[in-house]
Design a protein. Structure first.
Lengths: 303, 264, 421
């Protein structure tokens, strides 16, 4: 029983990372109907920027909470630039093009990003031990002690905080309204005075920002990163987005949590080697049998 | 008195809370051109989509009568409507294969005929004479239709390079290449100038008279509707508000109200 | 004093500089490296490179703006000219290319290294032609093509090592397996939309790779399968010292033993396989099923309205593409003598896709050109190995931006009313 609780806690933590990345996928899909294949690599860039910032600030004697805040802001800022640039270079010019063009372009961009980081930073994995140590222990007298680290608490709290901020942003602000309008009908939105290009750019920036946070959490939680983490995390986060219902932001977070739990439970109870197979299988099953996911809207094709 | 080709009984199509087609009943007869008209949003294309297998109706029956039998169109989905029930259609926004030649477009229409003839590709791969003969037959049929619309000289050009009016005509003869019993045309006159519209009328009359194919037509262009229709069905807000001859339609109070608004 | 255009240009370039700084400063400028004591990471600044890159972007942006303001379209024009040049040369190019390929092993400058490159290029050409059926002709984006390559390789390897049958029997068997696999994979997923299909096929590719790595009992896991029998020339093998009582190639023909014999034989094997792939594909294009592939690519809804069964048509494309991939995989296995899951990563799928996309989707000649360019060119400039992948990725983006139909975007109809030219 204690083991199950532990796996659940781990699953929720992992799920937060997936959920944050998934939101980026779902927002972009909602507004321009494409799968941003390079989004996972944006997350990877965020992780690297966070790593570098940690190293730099670690040299100064500044207190931990301030470091965390600084790293968070810096990673969000720089990663947002990456997201913006990718959209401007590789997707915007293809908005009228044939169906598969943006997808191929995104694939190309993903390869470029991965190799850009590989060449610049080296192919070897980078290890970094963050200084957020410490944990809480439960069920100390039983056979299996349940551990909740401060790191995990930090991650979940940060995710919850961001979700609240985000939901407010989407539902109550002008930007959010503009976004929802563009999702429904871009032409009409622009006729009503909404700057569609800027709204789309901002969508990418928001998605990249959240991916950066996920990247920072990844560095702190796993302590090891390399240029390849984007690919796997990207596919899994996309799975989460579809599972929760593509186009729905709460769905993306829900999907993330579900996938995190599925993956952790599978590793814990069945097999660790095949945990990625489990994730990919979820993807395939959802896309074939359940493409609208839990909270998504059905897609009727107009003839 | 012509026999009934298509009978639509109590057809309804709902999308969530929206009722697009509401309990529609009408008939289309063999060897006749039946036009479905109505203001925008009346549900005309929705009816077509139900008839041609793209939507599954919420309720109601669509029956295609031929050879003393009645085929329940509801049972045919997707491509089977064209393949088995022999109901062909064209689209509001022309859907040709733009990067393929005019001739190739017409050959794709004869896909099922050619697949059987090629022994599901086996005879074709072995270069057997029997397939080549059948392929020539298919080309001859394509040429026959191209001659009728005067596009034979452009047979090897890409379909996407044709002028708009010719593309419309090509889409229609492509549909005819499947030898349909019922031909459904979605706004075939859209975007055509008067000369092209009258050529379209001639083509449709030819199809009706010579090929004995029943035609169902959605149109806004009254010159086409009045010029060639034998029968008119008027929809508004998903319901049928009138059915009759073209002349009767122009005189019907309900129709005039629907299009022009009620008299104050 | 400064014109409006120039002012706008300078503003743009400045903005580009700022963004470029954000992009290059952290990742390029602050390189993390294991420190001397090996206890942790340290930052090594790389200001020179960073500055250079930023400058490059700023200047580049300035120049592009100048060009835009003068309304010329250099990149697209260059590609167009390239494409049209080859399209017009048509038959001559194909014929001379074929001739070159046939005599290649005997040309004076062709050494062992070039032969290996040649074999690799031909293998990729065959894979490109195989994927071309799925992506170029039928218009389905398959991101997991490497799975069929792997199935072909592994089925060949396992059959050959288990049953000791000859290459010529195992090859078609492996192709059949791969085709069967293609149908199995294709069946549930082919009705998915373009982008979803792409992701699912990617998932399949990865699942295959993970299973190959982890199912130790069956596939030998990361250790791979070795001792795969090499191909024979009608029963003659290519070893230096044939076993008692039998002949090997060089003893039979009374030649001095040379390692090149086997390589040259392998070269011709892959050449023949590739040519068969090409011939079959061109033939099928002229048949109704091939035409249906292209029609599906153009407009699936129109196809359905003409009675074409989209699922069956897609399945045939998938299966045939898979079969060719399987054949290529078998060749790969016998050429290497050893295979492991490392050869079957997603990157391979991406490379093959890049070849098809760059060459012109649907164009057989385009695939050849793209492969020679991408693989041959970068092989001979080995020092730039690192930049090969980034160039691939950039090429994919650039092609979509400037020439989405690939370099060779001319398409000849498969049948003409006026008789074939």
């Amino acid at each position: 029983m204690e083991y199950f609780i532990q796996q659940t806690i781990n699953g929720v933590t992992l799920g937060s990372i997936y959920g944050l990345i998934a939101i980026g996928y779902t927002m972009v899909y909602g507004i321009i109907g494409m799968i941003n294949f390079a989004h996972g690599d944006i997350f990877m860039v965020g992780a690297f920027v966070a790593l570098i910032s940690f190293i730099i600030f670690g040299l100064t004697g500044v207190a931990l909470p301030i470091i965390l805040l600084l790293v968070l802001l810096i990673s969000m800022l720089f990663t947002a630039c990456y997201g913006w640039t990718v959209e401007k270079l590789a997707y915007k010019p293809l908005r009228g093009s044939f169906r598969l063009a943006p997808l191929i372009s995104a694939l190309g961009m993903s390869i470029v990003l991965q190799n850009f980081v590989q060449i610049s930073q080296g192919a070897r994995a980078k290890v970094y031990h963050s200084t957020l140590d410490g944990r809480l222990e439960f069920f100390k007298d039983s056979d299996f002690v349940v551990i909740v680290s401060y790191m995990q608490i930090f991650m979940v709290l940060l995710t919850v905080g961001l979700m609240i901020m985000f939901t407010y942003l989407i539902t109550k602000t002008d930007l959010g309204r503009a976004q929802r309008a563009c999702e429904q009908d871009k032409t009409m939105a622009s006729l009503l005075g909404i700057n569609v290009d800027r709204t789309i750019s901002l969508t990418f920036i928001m998605g990249s920002t959240l991916a950066a946070v996920a990247g920072m959490m990844f560095v702190m939680y796993y302590s090891v990163i390399d240029f390849r983490i984007g690919f796997l995390a990207g596919v899994k986060a996309f799975t989460a987005a579809v599972l929760g219902g593509i186009g729905s932001i709460p769905g993306a977070m829900l999907g993330g949590l579900l996938l995190g739990l599925i993956e952790t439970m599978w590793s814990g109870y069945v097999s660790v080697e095949y945990k990625d197979v489990a994730a990919f299988s979820v993807l395939i099953i959802v896309l074939i049998f359940f493409p609208t996911g839990f909270l998504g809207k059905p897609d009727i094709e107009k003839v | 008195m012509s026999e009934t080709l298509l009978s639509v009984e109590n057809l309804s199509m709902k999308f969530g809370g929206l009722v697009a087609v509401d309990n529609l009943n009408f008939d289309a007869k063999k060897n006749q051109i039946t036009s479905i008209i109505g203001p925008n949003g009346a549900g005309k294309t929705t009816v077509f989509n139900c008839l041609t297998g793209f939507y599954k109706p919420s309720s109601g029956k669509m029956l295609l009568h031929h050879d003393e039998k009645a085929l329940l169109l509801n049972k045919f989905t997707d491509f089977k409507i064209a393949q088995q029930a022999k109901v062909a259609r064209t689209f509001q926004n022309i859907r040709l294969f733009p990067a393929m030649s005019v001739l190739e477009n017409l050959l794709v229409a004869q896909h099922n005929f050619l697949m059987k003839a090629s022994g599901y590709s086996v005879f074709g791969l072995l270069n057997l004479k029997r397939y080549q003969i059948k392929e020539q037959e298919a080309v001859a049929k394509a040429k026959y239709w191209l001659d009728i619309i005067g596009l034979t000289h452009r047979a090897d050009d890409n379909a996407g390079d044709l002028p708009y009016g010719d593309q419309r005509k090509l889409e229609i003869i492509r549909a005819m290449c499947i030898d349909p019993r019922l031909l459904c045309l979605d706004e075939p006159a859209a975007g055509l100038n008067p000369k092209e519209s009258s050529e379209l009328n001639k083509l449709l009359k030819f199809i009706k008279d010579e090929k004995k194919t029943g035609i169902l037509l959605i149109e806004h262009d009254m010159s086409v509707v009045m010029g060639i229709s034998d029968h008119v069905v008027v929809l508004n807000y998903g319901k049928k508000i009138f059915e009759g001859t073209p002349k009767e339609t122009t005189q019907s109070k309900e129709v005039i109200e629907a299009y022009l608004g009620a008299e104050e | 004093m400064i014109s409006e255009n120039l002012r706008q240009n300078l503003k743009d370039s400045l903005f580009t500089g700022i963004i470029a700084t954000a992009i290059f400063l952290p990742i390029v400028g602050l390189r993390t490296e294991l420190n001397q004591e090996k206890t942790g990471l340290e930052i090594i600044p790389e200001w020179n490179v960073t500055l250079l890159l930023i400058l490059f972007c700023v200047v580049g942006r300035f120049i592009i703006n100048l060009r835009k303001q003068s309304k010329s379209n250099v990149i697209a024009n260059t590609f167009s000219q390239l494409g049209n040049y080859f399209a017009n040369k048509g038959k001559i190019f194909v014929f001379s290319g074929l001739l070159f390929a046939i005599v290649f092993p005997y040309l004076p400058f062709t050494d062992r290294y070039l032969m290996d490159v040649g074999i690799m290029v031909l293998t990729y050409i065959m894979l490109g032609w195989g994927l071309n059926v799925v992506v170029g002709l039928a218009g389905m984006l398959d991101l997991g093509y490497v799975a069929f390559y792997a199935v072909g390789s592994y089925s060949f390897a396992l059959i050959a090592t288990e049953f000791d049958w000859s290459f010529w029997i195992c090859l078609p068997l492996a192709g059949v397996f791969a085709a069967f696999f293609g149908i199995l994979l294709g069946f549930p997923v082919l009705r998915l939309r373009g982008d979803y299909l792409a992701i699912v096929t990617l998932g399949f590719g990865e699942i295959i790779r993970i299973i190959l790595i982890n199912w130790y009992d069956f596939t030998n896991g990361p250790d791979g399968i070795s001792g795969i029998p090499r191909p024979t020339f009608f029963g003659l093998d290519f070893t230096r010292n044939p076993p008692e009582g039998s002949e090997s190639f060089h003893t039979f023909f009374n030649l001095e033993y040379s390692g090149m014999h086997r390589i040259i034989f392998l070269y011709y094997v892959i050449l023949v396989l590739a040519l068969i792939t090409n011939h079959v594909t061109l033939k099928i294009r002229k048949l109704p099923v091939g035409r249906a592939w292209e029609a599906l690519r153009e407009d699936e809804i129109a196809c359905k309205s003409l009675g074409v069964n989209p699922t069956n048509t897609k399945l045939t494309a998938f299966a045939i593409g898979a079969m060719f991939g399987g054949f290529a995989g078998s060749f790969f296995a016998t050429k290497q003598g050893f295979i492991s899951p490392e050869s079957f990563t997603f990157i391979e799928s991406a490379i093959i896709l890049a070849i098809v996309v760059l060459g012109g989707m649907g164009s057989q000649t385009g695939v050849v050109l793209a492969t020679i360019f991408l693989i041959g060119f970068t092989e001979t400039f080995r020092e730039l190995e690192q930049f090969r992948m980034i160039a691939f990725g950039a090429a994919m983006v650039l092609i979509m931006l400037y020439k989405p139909k690939g370099i060779l975007d001319q398409r000849d109809p498969t049948i003409r009313l006026k008789g074939n030219k």
